[in-house]
Structures are given as structure tokens and as C-alpha cells.
Write a protein that binds this ligand. Sequence first.
Ligand SMILES: [Zn+2]
Length: 72
Amino acid sequence: MCVEPNMNNLEHLRAVAARLSLQDVARPVCPRCGTGRLDLIEERPHAIYGALGVTWKTLKCDAADCGAVTVE
Ligand SMILES: [Zn+2]
């Protein structure tokens, strides 16, 4: 077997970077100002549906002049 560990690490890093940038693009636009992106600042299990994997998410707009907090 001829395995090149450095190449494997590079491929891994590239895959991680691709996932991170996808997540960034997937961040929802703030419904209040329409320009900021919502950051996930807290996530906790739902009181009733937590056992099913449902969570409450607290999202905060990253626009400096908005900062709206949304819970969904
Ligand atoms: Zn906003």
C-alpha cells in the first residue's frame, strides 16, 4: 500500500472548509432588517419534543444597527 498522509490531511481540511462555507451561506437573512445574517447563539432541547431531536434555537442578527433576537 502506498498512502500519502499529507494529501489525506489536505483533502480533509478542504472538505471541512467546504462544509463551513456552506453553513455560512445557509445562515438565514434577518427578517427584521433584511441585510444581517442570523447567528445561532443558543440551542436547547424542546420541552415537549426534545426527545425527538427538536430544539429551540435562539438566533441573533449580526448587523450592528439591528441585533434582533429570534427564537424558533
Ligand atoms: Zn437584523
